[in-house]
Design a protein around this ligand. Structure first.
Ligand code: THU
Length: 130
């Protein structure tokens, strides 16, 4: 199964009764393992979690901490870009050169590097003492 198909499949399990906007995400690591996640909403809206966060949690729970590729899919008119918070979360675990493919359920795809998603990202070097 391709990474895009893994994201498409897990999207079906999204719990999105409030926004009705189901999102699926799939991460592939250097070992070839694939981890998936979907958005999980809550009646207390800010407690909901994004699909990307779910996939990252699954990867870390399985003992891996970096990925080389990520696919995100939603039923939107154009490929859905990760929200700001997810850009920071993805950046934390992306290997250098990691790619993201954003997809619509109708098959429109857009690909770019994870680095380009978050130019000027805050990283650990910013906490060095000057
Ligand atoms: N959502 C994601 O899961 N990932 C994104 O990158 C964008 C937004 C979810 C959060 C919420 O459950 C729904 O989409 C509407 O914002």
């Amino acid at each position: 199964m391709s990474l895009s198909d893994a994201a498409r499949a897990v999207r079906e399990n999204a719990y999105a009764p409030y926004s009705k906007f189901k999102v699926g995400a799939a991460l592939k690591t250097g070992s070839g393992a694939v981890y998936v996640g979907c958005n999980v909403e809550n009646v207390a809206y800010p407690e909901g979690t994004c699909a990307e966060a779910g996939a990252i949690a699954a990867m870390v729970a399985a003992g891996e901490t970096s990925f080389v590729e990520v696919a995100v899919i939603a039923d939107s008119p154009s490929p859905v870009p990760p929200c700001g918070g997810c850009r920071q979360k993805l950046t934390e675990f992306a290997e250098r050169g990691a790619r993201i493919t954003m997809l619509t359920t109708k098959g429109i795809a857009q690909e770019m590097s994870v680095e380009d998603l978050l130019p000027g990202a805050f990283d650990a070097s910013h906490m060095d003492e000057s």
